[in-house]
Design a protein around this ligand. Structure first.
Ligand SMILES: [Zn+2]
Ligand SMILES: [Zn+2]
Length: 196
């Protein structure tokens, strides 16, 4: 009787050990498969070239002032009307009814007449980058000075290009002057630049 139980238990233990080995084998196999399966199904994240929103040139040159200039938020003709944009020539701010929009440029009514009646030539094309934002500053200062001192109308246009390779926006500061002023102002801005 004892002998019979002993024989049986040996067989049972043998079967159990076999089952354990089979399970271990299966686990090793599953583990191996998990580790070696090529990860083809994982979506590869591609670098997307997202077009960046281009700031309205009207607002890129605004500097944060320490003291808010309240009156600048209202049209210079209508003190109750909120200003929507500034004239490219005189740089004063105006309400919607005082402005003329032309190809996304804004002028006050008086200066739109000048704009429409003159031939314009671009005399600068200064490239600025986020590392050199001040490169074109002298153009804005020059423009302001000749307007305030000599009443010569000019306007600055900013063209933006996205430099995808280096991931930044470069801008080109273009001063537009009347055809009859081209020679004089080209010389003057060169001198102005040298003094800057
Ligand atoms: Zn104006
Ligand atoms: Zn107005």
């Amino acid at each position: 009787m004892n002998q019979f139980l002993q024989d049986n238990s040996i067989i049972i233990i043998g079967i159990l050990i076999l089952i354990i080995f089979l399970l271990m084998g299966a686990m090793i196999f599953i583990l191996f498969r998990l580790l070696t399966t090529p990860k083809d199904n994982v979506p590869v994240t591609k670098e997307l070239v997202v077009e960046k929103p281009i700031l309205n040139p009207m607002f890129t040159n605004l500097k944060r002032s320490e003291t808010p200039i309240v009156e600048r938020f209202y049209c210079i003709h209508h003190t109750e009307a909120p200003s929507v944009a500034s004239c490219l020539i005189c740089e004063e701010v105006f309400c919607a009814s005082c402005l003329v929009e032309h190809e996304s440029m804004h002028f006050c009514k008086e200066h739109f007449r000048i704009f429409a009646n003159c031939k314009w030539k671009q005399i600068t094309d200064v490239r600025t980058t986020p590392d050199t934002p001040e490169e074109g500053l002298y153009i804005y200062n020059f423009k302001r000075e000749i307007w305030l001192d000599k009443n010569i109308p000019t306007f600055v246009m900013t063209h933006y290009k996205i430099n995808i390779e280096n991931d930044f926006i470069e801008s080109f500061i273009q001063l537009n002057v009347r055809e009859e002023d081209v020679e004089k102002l080209t010389n003057e801005i060169l001198k102005y630049r040298a003094l800057d």
